[in-house]
Design a protein around this ligand. Sequence first.
Ligand code: F0G
Length: 481
Amino acid sequence: MSVITPAMTDLAFQQCINPSCRATFAVGQTCFACPECGDLLDVVYEWDRLPVPKRLSEIEARWSDRLNPLNFSGVWRFRDLLPFAPDESIVTVGEGQTLLQTADKVAQYVGLNAGNLKLQYEGMNPSGSFKDNGMTAAFTHARMVGAHRVACASTGNTSAALAVYCSATDFGFKAIIFIGSGKIAYGKLAQALDHGALTIQIVGDFDDAMQRVRQVADRLNIYLMNSVNPFRLEGQKTIMFRVLEALAWEPPDWIVVPGGNLGNSSAFGKAFIELKHLGLIDRVPRLAVINAAGAKTLEQLVGQGLSWSNGLPDATLTQAYYDKLDADNLKASTIASAIEINRPVNLKKCLRALDFCDGVVRQVGDQEIMDAKARVGSGGLGCEPASAASVAGAKRLREEGIIAPSDRVVCILTGHQLKDPTATVAYHGTDQENFEKVLGSRGVRRAGFANRPIIVPNDLDDIIRTIALYSEAQAKGGKDA
Ligand code: F0G
């Protein structure tokens, strides 16, 4: 296993994904859209001239060298598969120590055979979401190009991760984050504030903030950390590498992921395109991208027939959809605030991923999301609402017969349970007014899997009687163990 040297990084470059443009740029250039045509950029590699492992299992050798921070990182131990940075430039805070958990109770809920549902828990990252996988790579690039001020628009997790990487490292990074008003869950806002980010709240939603941050980054020459940054997606490819690693390099049948700005799904597609090209896997899993019903641009457009079309998807369909959103003044709205996005910046790359991975797209409602979230919580690792969209989506695809009970399914739990305590407490709590405010107002009618707190007088006998009644109900199967 080799060290990535500066000379090797000359074998990486940036390239426009538009087949009628295909302009290329050096890794050392900073551009967040193709300067020639405005389309998205990829990081591409001259694999033939790079020392790629012959088998993925070779990477396991790095486990024995975990005192080396690059081998400890769950992103950089795979650095041969994202070799754009010399080892000495890498910025890491120990991200990617995540877990693939077999979740049989959740499998039962989804309708899968025992053993067949795994939850990839990205909440174990230092900032509590999958974003750290991308941030470590984008910060590495920012360091390579000498950037200091870094910015993003965010529904909360990107900003939390950005704030962590600025505050936990010593390379002079300064965080500027843009958020919509009232649009960010408290756990995430708390992180941005606690880690000292300059936090700019604008009147508007994520889509508005995204548009603004691009203008500001351009005008003030600030390094942009959103997933239009192709280096972010290089880091996020490693989520798939870790899933494969945990499955002894045997690809599952399905990867199910929530879709917001569509960075993750795009990165997963790129990971599989490259692994297949390199002969490191012989079978590609199918990809399911799950939108929230209140933010369903991808689902709608794919439903209307939008597809990758060899890199030239029908732009008129997308434009007509956005024009209609504007005409009807339709804003994204879902309890899964992390994916409350109507104009996903990575739409095109996601279409490529769907094309390569024989993908499907579904939308799930807030009721399904909250119920699935409660089942995830009671049957495994807790997650935030957006993450539970993956489980709700898997259940929907099972019901439709697209996923079979015997299929091996991996749902990505993108963010930690504590990111959004408001939604969780409203669902389980006894305060009806709070339920109505947080969930009822969004059309959630019942908390079917609520684990209600029990209010008991501060009296020993009452408490003991309550526990006895509870245990009796549990023994009869009335309450979850
Ligand atoms: N799940 C969580 C917990 C997220 O925070 C996000 C995105 C997604 C899913 C969707 O991922 O954008 O790659 O499709 N959050 C961004 C943010 C937009 O600003 O934190 P995607």
